[in-house]
Ligand binder design. Structure first.
Ligand code: ZN
Length: 466
């Protein structure tokens, strides 16, 4: 990058929004799993949409590639600059512009931490239901650009379904103002949808109008021991029927996952005396009085053998302890050693068969590896992770990532599923996109990219296959 471009970018964001300090940039070049290490010599930290607009106008004119990043919690390398691109951090674009209780909406900028936005909604007596393990550091812009899922999708949908409007800066610097809070708006193409899940390849999200919901008066959280996945699904149907579809989370973890959590995560306690094959975390929320039907549904499930044991949280502390068992899965696996990760979805009714077939297929290639399938059973989204055998050589195990991913993703395809349920494409799954999407889908994706970013400056090398 020549000095003139650097000087213009510096002028666009001011000295506080500009850094070439390698020590300040370094934490932004590596993601949580340490799978990707990037390279960038320049990081910009705009504080307004106008500054983002000025930056993109310069970058587009000079064909300077830009990689947007906010919380750096992405798991597929989408937020990492690899070829010395300009790193555009949205973390200082972090104001909550408005919370409108009467309208049940909030307008938040891209760099607002998700947990901060949740608190702001809560302070207004409302609920922002988008919730995921990374919520203490991921941001509104990142969750929209990746169409994040998380633990409440069953009830409230993915990020996409919680967005009323967007403000986006286009590749050439123009600001596309779609920050409306309307519930109904049938005025042609719904342009905001293009940018949700686009991973910063079509435009840069700078603010969003989010849909808020009534804050539930009661939350009922149960942890259950279940014999198999299909029993868990029958249990889910029972609780949904009893509560009138008030289940917001229905998560599953296998015995080996529970063992990892209890072994590696301080302060976790097994709620049951005897081990079970599978564990379910089931949570319903709604008006006071839900507890009675929730508990009655679980009691029937126990007597029918759908569950062998159950505990219901009777305080917020107990609820947090139960959630910790589920939310610690990724950290516990990391502490146990390397694992190959797959974020996949299949029709809910096919989850049990999918898990059995995938384990059988993986065992052919890696006989001693330890499968740890867990996740959002209520959505058919399983994090199908394969833990290395205890004595495995780390490097040679991890070297088989792509080979094993293809084995798992081929099984996913046979079930009509998705090879990326909630983590996106980034760089990790670009080849999968080319392999599993139809030529017509790929053609349309390339057409959109070409028309919205003709000079290919927005997060190049991500999402769209060559
Ligand atoms: Zn997940």
């Amino acid at each position: 990058m020549n000095d003139e471009i650097v000087a213009r970018l510096r002028a666009a964001v001011g000295p506080r929004g500009f850094t070439e300090d390698p020590a300040e940039i370094a934490p932004h070049l590596e993601e949580w799993r340490s799978k990707y290490k990037g390279r960038a010599t320049l990081m910009l930290k705009p504080t307004t949409t106008a500054e983002v607009s000025a930056v993109l106008a310069i970058c587009n004119e000079t064909r300077t590639p830009v990689v947007p990043q906010a919380g750096n919690t992405g798991l597929v390398g989408g937020q990492i600059p690899f070829d010395g691109e300009v790193l555009l951090s949205l973390s200082r674009l972090n104001r909550i512009r408005a919370v409108d209780a009467a309208d049940a909406s909030m307008i938040a900028e891209a760099g607002v931490i998700l947990a901060t936005a949740q608190c702001a909604a809560n302070d207004s007596g409302l609920l922002l239901p988008l919730s995921l393990a990374a919520e203490g550091s991921c941001t509104i812009g990142g969750t929209i650009s990746t169409n994040a899922g998380g633990v409440n999708v069953l009830r409230y949908g993915m990020a996409r379904e919680q967005i009323l409007g967007l403000e986006v800066v286009l590749a050439d610097g123009r600001v596309l103002d779609l920050l409306r809070t309307l519930r109904k708006d049938n005025t042609g193409y719904d342009l905001k949808q293009l940018f949700i899940g686009a991973e910063g390849t079509l435009g840069i999200v700078t603010a969003a109008a989010l849909k808020l919901f009534p804050k539930p008066a009661t939350r009922c959280t149960a942890f259950l021991a279940v014999p198999d996945v299909n029993a868990a699904l029958t249990l889910l149907a029972r609780v949904q029927g009893a509560t009138g579809s008030l289940v917001n989370a229905f998560e599953i973890l296998p015995l080996i996952g529970m063992e990892f959590v209890l072994k590696h995560i301080a302060g976790t306690v097994d709620p049951f005396r005897t081990p079970a094959t599978w564990y379910v975390l089931c949570e319903a929320s709604g008006a006071a009085g839900v507890e009675a039907v929730f508990e009655a549904a679980l009691a029937t499930a126990l007597s029918d053998g759908l569950a062998s044991d159950a505990v219901i949280a009777s305080s917020e502390t107990q609820r947090a302890a139960l959630w910790k068992l589920r939310e610690s899965m990724s950290e516990a696996q990391k502490k146990e050693g390397p694992s190959l990760k797959h974020d996949v979805s299949v029709p809910v009714s096919a989850v049990a068969d999918f898990i059995a077939k995938s384990i059988a297929a993986v065992k052919v290639a890696l006989p001693s590896a330890r499968p740890v399938p867990f996740g959002h059973l209520g959505d058919g989204n399983i994090h199908f992770n394969i833990q290395a055998a205890k004595d495995a050589d780390m490097a040679s195990f991890l070297a088989r990532w792509d080979e094993i991913a293809r084995v798992v993703h081929d099984v996913v395809r046979d079930f009509g599923g998705s090879f990326s349920a909630e983590h996106g494409i980034g760089v990790m799954k670009r080849a999968d996109l080319a392999r599993y999407k139809s030529p017509v889908e790929l053609d349309l994706m390339r057409t959109l990219k070409g028309s919205l970013d003709p000079k290919n400056i927005l997060n190049p090398g991500k999402l769209v296959p060559e």
